[in-house]
Write a protein that binds this ligand. Structure first.
Ligand code: HEC
Ligand code: HEC
Length: 283
């Protein structure tokens, strides 16, 4: 499966625009946000080597796209290389960056967009994952701790070096940062609109809007807007599920995986997709 370009392109499109309009003078006055660090409390997590927790974490890592970007075995990979930009999803196994980060630091990154060194992450879509409840982020970390160490050094993201310039344009290096507290508990899993709303808030909202109202996915001119899911909520359930699994809508239109990563979300269980459908039906 090739990594989902949209998540990356969303940011990079902004960078290109900034470079074109900003010019070198901006470099001299920039720097206000670049290198800024953030303070976060360490929440109490329940990280364990319990097999059900690890299995749930593995499922989340697949359905939230962690394995899409950080590679199937979490050993990291280069996602984009078009000088001067280079985007690398780091090695999260114990032999890589994962081995250098505490559980609290991983939580800060996943839900709040703050990297282990206290600066903001870029490209890593933490703003999508802010709504994960304690139990789910704990399971994800349990999974990360369980994977085999793999010696692989894919390098580092090189946009950061240009942070001074970028921090003064429309590109905001704090884009993914959300310091608000995340949910401590999640609704009981089931085919309910309430659970669907929870799942929606752990990833879909990032593109489809906070309340599923749909939105432009700026600033990529070639991206279609992410529509409101009101129409999809009225599709028969089996057609909703097959759309997310195959990317083909009931009208026979093929959705582009680069913009709507259905290959990632298609790995959700029937029950999870049914809950999302139940939620969309409330729009
Ligand atoms: C769209 C691609 C993408 C997805 C999806 C993604 N990541 Fe990342 N991740 C990145 C990139 C790129 C970086 C490097 C960011 C940087 O250097 O600022 C990163 C960095 C990280 C880091 C290291 C932060 C540090 O301390 O420097 C962790 C931990 C991490 N990701 C975990 C996850 C987890 C867990 C998931 C799934 C819930 C996930 N990522 C999903 C692209 C992604
Ligand atoms: C990275 C951005 C992104 C994320 C995250 C995302 N979507 Fe989408 N989605 C899109 C875009 C863009 C389209 C429009 C694609 C097209 O028309 O080719 C779309 C289209 C759809 C459609 C087709 C709607 C229609 O009426 O044609 C459905 C259904 C859908 N998304 C469901 C979901 C669900 C459920 C989630 C969460 C599990 C989700 N999406 C997460 C970007 C995203």
């Amino acid at each position: 499966m090739k990594p989902t370009l949209k998540w990356i392109a969303r940011i990079l499109g902004g960078l290109v625009v900034v470079l074109l309009i900003a010019g070198f003078t901006m470099f001299m006055i920039g720097g206000s946000n670049a290198g800024k660090t953030y303070e976060l409390p360490d929440v109490v997590l329940n990280v364990s080597d319990d097999s059900s927790s690890v299995a749930h974490g593995a499922h989340l890592a697949n359905t939230l796209g962690c394995t899409d970007c950080h590679a199937e075995d979490l050993s990291g990979q280069e996602l984009f290389d078009a000088p001067p930009f280079r985007v690398v999803a780091p090695n999260l196994t114990p032999a890589g960056l994962g081995g250098q980060r505490t559980d609290a630091q991983l939580e800060h990154t996943i839900r709040h967009g703050v990297a282990g060194d206290g600066t903001s992450v870029i490209i890593m879509p933490s703003a999508a994952f802010h709504g994960l409840a304690d139990e789910d982020v704990s399971a994800l970390i349990s999974y990360i701790r369980s994977v085999s160490p793999i010696e692989n050094n894919p390098g580092t993201t090189e946009i950061k070096l240009m942070g001074k310039l970028l921090s003064v344009g429309p590109f905001d290096p704090g884009f993914e940062v959300n310091l608000d507290a995340s949910p401590t508990a999640k609704p009981e899993a089931g085919i309910t609109s309430e659970y669907g709303a929870y799942l929606f808030g752990t990833v879909c909202h990032y593109c489809h809007g906070e309340n599923g109202q749909g939105m432009e996915v700026p600033p990529i001119p070639e991206s279609p807007p992410a529509p409101s899911l009101a129409a999809a909520g009225n599709w028969p359930l089996d057609q909703f599920i097959s759309t997310i699994r195959t990317g083909v809508t009931p009208a026979g239109r093929q959705i582009d995986n680069d913009f709507m990563p259905f290959e990632v979300f298609g790995q959700m269980t029937d029950a999870e997709l049914a809950a999302l459908h139940a939620y969309a039906a409330t729009f």
